[in-house]
Write a protein that binds this ligand. Sequence first.
Ligand code: ASP
Length: 328
Amino acid sequence: MSLPRLLVLSLGGTITMKRDPAGGIVPALGAADLVAAIPGLADVAEIEARSPLKLPSPSLTPTQIAGVAAEIRAGFKAGFDGAVVIQGTDTIEETAFALDLLIEDERPVVVTGAMRGPEAPGADGPANLLSAAIVAASAAARGLGALAVLNDEIHAARAVRKAHTALPSAFVSAAPGPLGLVAEGRARFHARLPRGPHFELPGGTDLPRVALAKMTLGDDGGLVAATPDLGYAGLVIEGMGAGHVPAEIADMVGYVASKIPVVLASRTLGGPVFTKTYGYAGSEIDLLARGLIPAGSLQGPKARLLLMFALAAGLDRDEVAAAFGVYR
Ligand code: ASP
């Protein structure tokens, strides 16, 4: 029987980084080097390795990820059975979600990386890449959208977040928890989530600027107030708790929401933004009545990407709200 065909795209990240004579580790290896270092991969899939980018992941952009999504969509048209994206762990929680929004296909798209470089003792890159390929080649992963696979755990793009700066177990999904795990060379799933909205934006599409502001104790809202004049087309506010801001700035937040779409997320580590519990000034009921759009259970950085793509696709306010409604 022929093996599944996987498209493996490397964008850089710690998994590719080697010591630089000038100090520290920097991106050096490409996808072909990483694949060649794991002989077991040849038993999992037939692999085409490409290295479109060689960047630390804090320097990736949504426009570049839209280009990666376009390359994967073209790869699927050409007959690949799945795709693996290798990149830095710092932004996997955002890029996996961006790919989830930008690729509407049953075939698995799996993002992976490493917390330790290839020259470090206990480097986790090879095991992560092998597990990612096992998931991408697995029939059980079809229809689940983009996934992040690290430390043998399989996370939904909408839920995954980096929760530690150093540990190989840095990735968590608050709710519903990981969708599954890889054990004995097999992807095992114990949960499935419905797919979210999709935006087929061509690579190279101009993306609108969307800002993210996190509320803090005694916040005077200066950054929120400045957002429209700074040329942002949209704003996500990470409110306190279930989606709250200080009472003193509620009027101003409502004013900004009358100028540009403003989405209300929570700065907590999990759970949905509320819609009908608290009634004080600056509460979720107050802010939603002032025109803010609830982000459901999407954390701020993911909500920012959804708002960015929805605005790029020309959605109006009600359509944007409906797109977020999927994540309640
Ligand atoms: N620490 C990061 C990583 O794991 C660096 C990056 O995101 O590129 O790859």
